[in-house]
Ligand binder design. Structure first.
Ligand code: C5P
Length: 400
Protein backbone atom coordinates (compact mmCIF):
# COMPACT_ATOMS: atom_id res chain seq x y z
CA UNK A 1 0.00 0.00 0.00
CA UNK A 2 2.90 2.38 0.70
CA UNK A 3 3.62 2.53 -3.02
CA UNK A 4 4.88 6.12 -2.81
CA UNK A 5 6.97 5.75 0.35
CA UNK A 6 9.49 8.56 0.69
CA UNK A 7 8.52 10.23 -2.59
CA UNK A 8 8.48 14.00 -2.45
CA UNK A 9 5.62 15.43 -4.47
CA UNK A 10 5.23 19.15 -4.97
CA UNK A 11 1.52 19.64 -5.67
CA UNK A 12 0.94 22.91 -7.56
CA UNK A 13 -2.68 24.01 -7.44
CA UNK A 14 -3.96 26.73 -9.78
CA UNK A 15 -7.34 28.44 -9.80
CA UNK A 16 -9.94 26.07 -11.21
CA UNK A 17 -13.03 24.55 -9.63
CA UNK A 18 -11.34 21.12 -9.63
CA UNK A 19 -9.04 22.52 -6.92
CA UNK A 20 -11.61 21.31 -4.38
CA UNK A 21 -10.49 17.73 -5.20
CA UNK A 22 -6.92 18.47 -4.10
CA UNK A 23 -7.63 17.75 -0.44
CA UNK A 24 -8.70 14.22 -1.36
CA UNK A 25 -5.75 13.87 -3.75
CA UNK A 26 -3.31 14.93 -1.04
CA UNK A 27 -4.84 12.50 1.51
CA UNK A 28 -4.52 9.58 -0.93
CA UNK A 29 -0.91 10.45 -1.81
CA UNK A 30 0.07 10.72 1.86
CA UNK A 31 -1.74 7.46 2.65
CA UNK A 32 0.65 5.80 0.19
CA UNK A 33 3.71 7.22 1.91
CA UNK A 34 4.36 10.35 -0.16
CA UNK A 35 5.39 13.69 1.31
CA UNK A 36 3.26 16.40 -0.26
CA UNK A 37 4.24 20.05 -0.31
CA UNK A 38 1.40 22.21 -1.57
CA UNK A 39 2.02 25.36 -3.58
CA UNK A 40 -1.01 27.49 -4.49
CA UNK A 41 -1.55 30.33 -6.91
CA UNK A 42 -3.51 33.38 -5.79
CA UNK A 43 -6.59 32.21 -7.73
CA UNK A 44 -6.37 28.67 -6.27
CA UNK A 45 -6.98 30.11 -2.82
CA UNK A 46 -10.40 31.31 -4.03
CA UNK A 47 -11.41 27.68 -4.56
CA UNK A 48 -9.86 25.87 -1.58
CA UNK A 49 -8.26 27.38 1.48
CA UNK A 50 -4.57 27.10 2.35
CA UNK A 51 -5.72 26.07 5.84
CA UNK A 52 -7.47 22.98 4.42
CA UNK A 53 -4.42 22.08 2.35
CA UNK A 54 -2.09 22.62 5.29
CA UNK A 55 -4.28 20.38 7.47
CA UNK A 56 -4.36 17.51 4.96
CA UNK A 57 -0.71 17.77 3.87
CA UNK A 58 0.69 18.41 7.35
CA UNK A 59 2.87 21.20 5.95
CA UNK A 60 2.41 24.95 5.62
CA UNK A 61 1.29 25.87 2.12
CA UNK A 62 3.69 27.94 0.01
CA UNK A 63 1.99 30.67 -1.95
CA UNK A 64 4.26 33.67 -2.21
CA UNK A 65 7.46 34.37 -4.06
CA UNK A 66 8.28 37.51 -2.15
CA UNK A 67 7.44 36.50 1.43
CA UNK A 68 10.62 37.00 3.53
CA UNK A 69 9.48 34.51 6.20
CA UNK A 70 8.74 31.77 3.65
CA UNK A 71 12.01 32.42 1.81
CA UNK A 72 13.88 32.16 5.11
CA UNK A 73 12.43 28.69 5.87
CA UNK A 74 12.29 26.88 2.51
CA UNK A 75 13.11 29.32 -0.30
CA UNK A 76 11.75 28.82 -3.80
CA UNK A 77 14.95 27.34 -5.19
CA UNK A 78 15.19 24.93 -2.28
CA UNK A 79 11.56 23.92 -2.87
CA UNK A 80 12.27 23.37 -6.56
CA UNK A 81 15.22 21.12 -5.65
CA UNK A 82 13.25 19.25 -2.96
CA UNK A 83 10.71 17.69 -5.31
CA UNK A 84 10.98 14.24 -6.91
CA UNK A 85 7.90 15.12 -8.95
CA UNK A 86 6.05 18.35 -9.58
CA UNK A 87 2.34 17.65 -10.11
CA UNK A 88 0.25 20.56 -11.38
CA UNK A 89 -3.38 19.73 -10.64
CA UNK A 90 -5.57 21.39 -11.61
CA UNK A 91 -3.51 23.15 -14.28
CA UNK A 92 -5.65 25.95 -15.69
CA UNK A 93 -5.39 27.37 -19.22
CA UNK A 94 -3.69 30.40 -17.66
CA UNK A 95 -1.03 28.40 -15.81
CA UNK A 96 -0.40 26.30 -18.94
CA UNK A 97 -0.03 29.47 -21.04
CA UNK A 98 2.34 31.06 -18.54
CA UNK A 99 4.50 27.92 -18.43
CA UNK A 100 4.48 27.65 -22.20
CA UNK A 101 5.75 31.25 -22.38
CA UNK A 102 8.42 30.48 -19.76
CA UNK A 103 7.08 33.05 -17.32
CA UNK A 104 7.98 33.23 -13.65
CA UNK A 105 5.46 35.76 -12.37
CA UNK A 106 4.37 33.88 -9.25
CA UNK A 107 5.79 31.20 -6.98
CA UNK A 108 4.34 28.24 -8.90
CA UNK A 109 5.50 29.27 -12.37
CA UNK A 110 8.91 30.19 -10.93
CA UNK A 111 9.22 26.75 -9.34
CA UNK A 112 8.43 25.11 -12.67
CA UNK A 113 11.29 27.07 -14.24
CA UNK A 114 13.65 26.34 -11.38
CA UNK A 115 13.07 22.61 -10.91
CA UNK A 116 14.89 19.80 -12.64
CA UNK A 117 12.32 17.33 -11.35
CA UNK A 118 9.89 15.80 -13.86
CA UNK A 119 6.71 17.85 -14.22
CA UNK A 120 3.23 16.37 -14.71
CA UNK A 121 0.46 18.66 -15.91
CA UNK A 122 -3.16 17.76 -15.28
CA UNK A 123 -5.23 20.20 -17.37
CA UNK A 124 -8.65 21.25 -16.05
CA UNK A 125 -10.82 23.86 -17.69
CA UNK A 126 -13.99 24.48 -19.69
CA UNK A 127 -14.06 22.29 -22.82
CA UNK A 128 -14.07 25.27 -25.19
CA UNK A 129 -11.05 26.74 -23.44
CA UNK A 130 -9.32 23.36 -23.64
CA UNK A 131 -10.08 22.99 -27.34
CA UNK A 132 -8.99 26.55 -28.10
CA UNK A 133 -6.07 26.41 -30.49
CA UNK A 134 -3.94 28.55 -28.16
CA UNK A 135 -4.40 26.08 -25.29
CA UNK A 136 -3.77 23.13 -27.59
CA UNK A 137 -0.56 24.71 -28.87
CA UNK A 138 0.55 25.52 -25.32
CA UNK A 139 -0.06 21.94 -24.18
CA UNK A 140 1.82 20.63 -27.21
CA UNK A 141 4.71 22.97 -26.32
CA UNK A 142 4.84 21.67 -22.74
CA UNK A 143 4.71 18.11 -24.00
CA UNK A 144 7.60 18.75 -26.40
CA UNK A 145 9.55 20.07 -23.43
CA UNK A 146 9.07 16.64 -21.87
CA UNK A 147 6.38 17.54 -19.37
CA UNK A 148 3.94 14.70 -18.84
CA UNK A 149 0.34 15.57 -19.73
CA UNK A 150 -2.08 13.64 -17.52
CA UNK A 151 -5.61 13.98 -18.83
CA UNK A 152 -7.95 15.71 -19.13
CA UNK A 153 -10.99 13.43 -19.00
CA UNK A 154 -14.15 14.20 -20.94
CA UNK A 155 -17.64 14.45 -19.51
CA UNK A 156 -19.96 16.81 -17.72
CA UNK A 157 -18.30 19.97 -16.47
CA UNK A 158 -18.97 22.16 -13.44
CA UNK A 159 -20.15 24.94 -15.81
CA UNK A 160 -22.73 22.62 -17.38
CA UNK A 161 -20.83 22.02 -20.63
CA UNK A 162 -19.98 18.52 -21.77
CA UNK A 163 -16.62 17.73 -23.33
CA UNK A 164 -12.90 17.34 -22.64
CA UNK A 165 -11.43 19.41 -19.80
CA UNK A 166 -12.27 17.60 -16.58
CA UNK A 167 -9.33 17.05 -14.27
CA UNK A 168 -8.54 13.35 -13.79
CA UNK A 169 -10.10 12.04 -10.57
CA UNK A 170 -7.81 12.02 -7.51
CA UNK A 171 -7.40 8.22 -7.63
CA UNK A 172 -6.50 8.34 -11.33
CA UNK A 173 -3.80 10.91 -10.51
CA UNK A 174 -2.58 8.71 -7.65
CA UNK A 175 -2.31 5.79 -10.10
CA UNK A 176 -0.36 7.98 -12.54
CA UNK A 177 2.05 8.86 -9.71
CA UNK A 178 2.39 5.18 -8.81
CA UNK A 179 3.11 4.30 -12.45
CA UNK A 180 5.61 7.14 -12.65
CA UNK A 181 7.55 6.00 -9.59
CA UNK A 182 6.96 2.27 -10.17
CA UNK A 183 8.80 -0.05 -12.55
CA UNK A 184 8.67 1.44 -16.01
CA UNK A 185 6.67 -0.31 -18.75
CA UNK A 186 9.60 -0.39 -21.21
CA UNK A 187 12.48 -0.70 -18.72
CA UNK A 188 15.30 -2.74 -20.23
CA UNK A 189 13.83 -2.52 -23.75
CA UNK A 190 15.48 -0.79 -26.66
CA UNK A 191 13.47 0.65 -29.51
CA UNK A 192 14.15 2.21 -32.87
CA UNK A 193 11.62 4.46 -34.55
CA UNK A 194 11.60 5.98 -38.02
CA UNK A 195 9.83 9.33 -38.31
CA UNK A 196 9.04 12.17 -40.67
CA UNK A 197 9.12 12.31 -44.45
CA UNK A 198 11.96 11.41 -46.78
CA UNK A 199 13.19 13.72 -49.53
CA UNK A 200 14.06 12.33 -52.92
CA UNK A 201 16.32 14.65 -54.85
CA UNK A 202 15.54 15.64 -58.43
CA UNK A 203 18.47 17.99 -58.85
CA UNK A 204 20.66 19.96 -56.38
CA UNK A 205 17.77 22.30 -55.43
CA UNK A 206 14.58 20.26 -55.87
CA UNK A 207 13.06 17.20 -54.31
CA UNK A 208 9.91 15.06 -54.03
CA UNK A 209 8.51 14.64 -50.53
CA UNK A 210 5.24 14.59 -48.54
CA UNK A 211 3.45 16.44 -45.73
CA UNK A 212 4.58 14.26 -42.83
CA UNK A 213 5.54 16.45 -39.85
CA UNK A 214 7.19 13.69 -37.81
CA UNK A 215 4.98 14.51 -34.81
CA UNK A 216 3.67 10.97 -34.29
CA UNK A 217 7.12 9.36 -34.46
CA UNK A 218 8.63 11.99 -32.17
CA UNK A 219 5.75 11.54 -29.68
CA UNK A 220 6.36 7.78 -29.73
CA UNK A 221 10.07 8.33 -29.10
CA UNK A 222 9.38 10.71 -26.21
CA UNK A 223 6.82 8.36 -24.63
CA UNK A 224 9.17 5.37 -24.95
CA UNK A 225 11.94 7.33 -23.27
CA UNK A 226 9.59 8.32 -20.43
CA UNK A 227 8.55 4.67 -20.11
CA UNK A 228 12.17 3.66 -19.54
CA UNK A 229 13.28 2.46 -22.99
CA UNK A 230 16.57 3.12 -24.70
CA UNK A 231 15.40 5.02 -27.81
CA UNK A 232 16.95 5.60 -31.23
CA UNK A 233 15.01 7.89 -33.55
CA UNK A 234 15.82 7.84 -37.26
CA UNK A 235 14.36 11.06 -38.58
CA UNK A 236 13.80 12.50 -42.01
CA UNK A 237 13.95 16.31 -42.40
CA UNK A 238 11.58 17.84 -39.82
CA UNK A 239 11.67 20.93 -37.64
CA UNK A 240 10.97 19.20 -34.31
CA UNK A 241 13.36 19.30 -31.35
CA UNK A 242 14.85 15.97 -30.24
CA UNK A 243 13.04 14.64 -27.15
CA UNK A 244 15.24 14.55 -24.04
CA UNK A 245 17.34 11.41 -23.69
CA UNK A 246 16.64 10.17 -27.22
CA UNK A 247 19.45 9.29 -29.66
CA UNK A 248 18.65 10.86 -33.02
CA UNK A 249 20.01 9.89 -36.43
CA UNK A 250 19.18 12.39 -39.17
CA UNK A 251 18.64 11.15 -42.70
CA UNK A 252 17.27 12.73 -45.86
CA UNK A 253 16.41 10.10 -48.47
CA UNK A 254 14.66 6.72 -48.23
CA UNK A 255 17.91 4.97 -49.11
CA UNK A 256 19.69 6.69 -46.21
CA UNK A 257 16.81 5.80 -43.89
CA UNK A 258 16.97 2.20 -45.12
CA UNK A 259 20.68 1.95 -44.32
CA UNK A 260 20.23 3.51 -40.87
CA UNK A 261 17.28 1.22 -40.12
CA UNK A 262 19.14 -1.95 -41.09
CA UNK A 263 22.22 -0.85 -39.15
CA UNK A 264 20.10 -0.45 -36.01
CA UNK A 265 17.23 -2.95 -36.28
CA UNK A 266 18.99 -6.09 -35.06
CA UNK A 267 20.35 -4.55 -31.89
CA UNK A 268 16.93 -3.31 -30.74
CA UNK A 269 13.91 -5.16 -29.32
CA UNK A 270 11.21 -3.16 -31.09
CA UNK A 271 11.17 -1.39 -34.47
CA UNK A 272 8.43 1.11 -35.33
CA UNK A 273 8.20 2.38 -38.88
CA UNK A 274 6.36 5.65 -38.46
CA UNK A 275 8.10 7.49 -41.30
CA UNK A 276 6.21 8.45 -44.43
CA UNK A 277 8.80 7.00 -46.79
CA UNK A 278 8.62 8.08 -50.42
CA UNK A 279 7.68 5.01 -52.41
CA UNK A 280 9.64 6.14 -55.48
CA UNK A 281 12.70 8.27 -56.19
CA UNK A 282 13.98 9.82 -59.42
CA UNK A 283 16.14 7.35 -61.33
CA UNK A 284 18.75 10.00 -62.04
CA UNK A 285 19.58 13.03 -59.93
CA UNK A 286 20.70 15.84 -62.23
CA UNK A 287 24.08 17.15 -61.14
CA UNK A 288 23.13 20.71 -62.12
CA UNK A 289 19.86 22.58 -61.65
CA UNK A 290 17.42 21.52 -64.37
CA UNK A 291 16.58 24.49 -66.59
CA UNK A 292 13.25 25.39 -68.12
CA UNK A 293 13.22 24.77 -71.84
CA UNK A 294 11.54 27.16 -74.28
CA UNK A 295 10.46 24.45 -76.71
CA UNK A 296 8.80 21.93 -74.34
CA UNK A 297 5.79 22.37 -72.04
CA UNK A 298 6.10 19.05 -70.31
CA UNK A 299 8.83 17.26 -68.46
CA UNK A 300 9.27 13.62 -67.51
CA UNK A 301 11.01 12.24 -64.48
CA UNK A 302 11.58 8.50 -64.44
CA UNK A 303 11.02 7.14 -60.97
CA UNK A 304 12.25 3.89 -59.45
CA UNK A 305 10.92 2.10 -56.41
CA UNK A 306 12.52 2.76 -53.05
CA UNK A 307 13.32 -0.15 -50.77
CA UNK A 308 10.48 -0.96 -48.37
CA UNK A 309 12.29 -0.27 -45.10
CA UNK A 310 9.88 -1.90 -42.70
CA UNK A 311 9.44 -4.96 -44.92
CA UNK A 312 13.22 -5.47 -44.97
CA UNK A 313 13.38 -5.19 -41.19
CA UNK A 314 10.45 -7.60 -40.80
CA UNK A 315 12.12 -10.12 -43.10
CA UNK A 316 15.35 -10.28 -41.08
CA UNK A 317 16.07 -13.89 -40.23
CA UNK A 318 18.22 -13.27 -37.19
CA UNK A 319 17.63 -10.89 -34.29
CA UNK A 320 14.44 -9.64 -35.89
CA UNK A 321 12.86 -6.96 -33.69
CA UNK A 322 9.12 -6.87 -32.92
CA UNK A 323 8.05 -4.84 -35.94
CA UNK A 324 5.25 -2.28 -35.95
CA UNK A 325 4.11 -0.35 -39.00
CA UNK A 326 1.80 2.56 -39.64
CA UNK A 327 -0.87 2.78 -42.31
CA UNK A 328 -2.09 6.26 -43.19
CA UNK A 329 -5.04 5.76 -45.50
CA UNK A 330 -7.70 7.90 -47.10
CA UNK A 331 -10.23 5.04 -47.63
CA UNK A 332 -10.88 1.38 -46.64
CA UNK A 333 -8.56 1.88 -43.68
CA UNK A 334 -9.05 -1.54 -42.10
CA UNK A 335 -8.70 -3.55 -45.32
CA UNK A 336 -5.53 -1.74 -46.40
CA UNK A 337 -4.04 -1.99 -42.90
CA UNK A 338 -4.66 -5.73 -42.67
CA UNK A 339 -3.23 -6.22 -46.16
CA UNK A 340 -0.05 -4.37 -45.11
CA UNK A 341 0.21 -6.38 -41.91
CA UNK A 342 0.28 -9.62 -43.96
CA UNK A 343 2.25 -8.44 -46.96
CA UNK A 344 5.04 -6.76 -44.99
CA UNK A 345 5.12 -9.54 -42.38
CA UNK A 346 4.55 -7.09 -39.52
CA UNK A 347 3.69 -7.98 -35.93
CA UNK A 348 1.38 -5.01 -35.58
CA UNK A 349 0.06 -2.07 -37.57
CA UNK A 350 -1.36 1.26 -36.40
CA UNK A 351 -3.94 2.52 -38.86
CA UNK A 352 -5.42 5.96 -39.22
CA UNK A 353 -7.66 7.78 -41.66
CA UNK A 354 -5.79 10.82 -42.92
CA UNK A 355 -8.74 12.02 -45.02
CA UNK A 356 -10.44 13.38 -41.86
CA UNK A 357 -9.62 17.06 -41.29
CA UNK A 358 -7.44 17.82 -38.26
CA UNK A 359 -6.29 14.24 -37.96
CA UNK A 360 -3.08 12.52 -39.04
CA UNK A 361 -0.50 14.34 -41.16
CA UNK A 362 0.81 17.54 -39.62
CA UNK A 363 -1.80 17.62 -36.88
CA UNK A 364 -1.36 17.27 -33.10
CA UNK A 365 -4.10 14.68 -32.78
CA UNK A 366 -4.87 11.40 -34.39
CA UNK A 367 -7.35 8.50 -34.30
CA UNK A 368 -5.70 5.10 -34.37
CA UNK A 369 -6.79 1.49 -34.47
CA UNK A 370 -4.10 -1.12 -33.87
CA UNK A 371 -4.27 -4.49 -35.64
CA UNK A 372 -2.26 -7.66 -35.11
CA UNK A 373 -2.70 -11.30 -36.13
CA UNK A 374 -6.12 -12.22 -34.75
CA UNK A 375 -6.86 -9.04 -32.85
CA UNK A 376 -7.40 -5.31 -32.91
CA UNK A 377 -7.90 -2.41 -30.52
CA UNK A 378 -9.26 1.07 -31.15
CA UNK A 379 -7.26 3.69 -29.28
CA UNK A 380 -9.75 6.44 -30.12
CA UNK A 381 -9.07 10.04 -31.06
CA UNK A 382 -6.53 11.82 -28.85
CA UNK A 383 -3.43 14.00 -28.82
CA UNK A 384 -0.47 12.19 -30.41
CA UNK A 385 1.34 12.40 -27.05
CA UNK A 386 -1.51 10.53 -25.29
CA UNK A 387 -1.94 8.06 -28.15
CA UNK A 388 1.71 7.14 -28.14
CA UNK A 389 1.43 5.95 -24.53
CA UNK A 390 -1.59 3.84 -25.50
CA UNK A 391 0.36 2.39 -28.46
CA UNK A 392 3.26 1.40 -26.17
CA UNK A 393 0.81 -0.21 -23.74
CA UNK A 394 -0.68 -2.22 -26.59
CA UNK A 395 2.76 -3.27 -27.85
CA UNK A 396 3.80 -4.28 -24.31
CA UNK A 397 0.69 -6.45 -23.96
CA UNK A 398 1.58 -8.23 -27.22
CA UNK A 399 5.25 -8.85 -26.45
CA UNK A 400 4.56 -9.92 -22.84
O1 C5P B 1 2.98 0.88 -48.02
P1 C5P B 1 2.83 2.04 -47.11
O2 C5P B 1 3.78 3.15 -47.41
O3 C5P B 1 1.45 2.57 -46.96
O4 C5P B 1 3.20 1.43 -45.67
C1 C5P B 1 3.33 2.20 -44.54
C2 C5P B 1 4.30 1.55 -43.59
O5 C5P B 1 5.44 1.07 -44.26
C3 C5P B 1 4.82 2.54 -42.58
O6 C5P B 1 5.14 1.83 -41.41
C4 C5P B 1 6.08 3.07 -43.26
O7 C5P B 1 6.99 3.62 -42.35
C5 C5P B 1 6.60 1.82 -43.93
N1 C5P B 1 7.34 2.03 -45.19
C6 C5P B 1 8.68 1.77 -45.22
N2 C5P B 1 9.39 1.91 -46.39
C7 C5P B 1 8.75 2.28 -47.53
C8 C5P B 1 7.38 2.55 -47.50
C9 C5P B 1 6.70 2.43 -46.32
O8 C5P B 1 9.27 1.43 -44.18
N3 C5P B 1 9.46 2.41 -48.65
Amino acid sequence: MRTLAGKKILLGISGGIAAYKCAELTRRLIERGAQVQVVMTKAAKEFITPLTMQAVSGRPVSDSLLDPAAEASMGHIELAKWADLVLLAPATADLIARMSAGMGNDLLSTLVLATDAPVAVSPAMNQQMYLNVATQENIATLSRRNMMIWGPAAGEQACGDVGPGRMLEPMQLVEKCEQFFGPKLLAGKSVVITAGPTREAIDPVRYISNHSSGKMGFALAQAAQQLGADVTLISGPVTLPTPNGVKRINVVSAEEMHQAALANATCHDIFIGCAAVADYRPLDIATQKIKKTADKDDMQITMVKNPDIIASVASLLESRPFTVGFAAETQDVEAYALDKLQRKNLDMICANDVSIAGQGFNSDSNAITVYWQGGSKSLGNAMKTELSHAIWETISEQIA
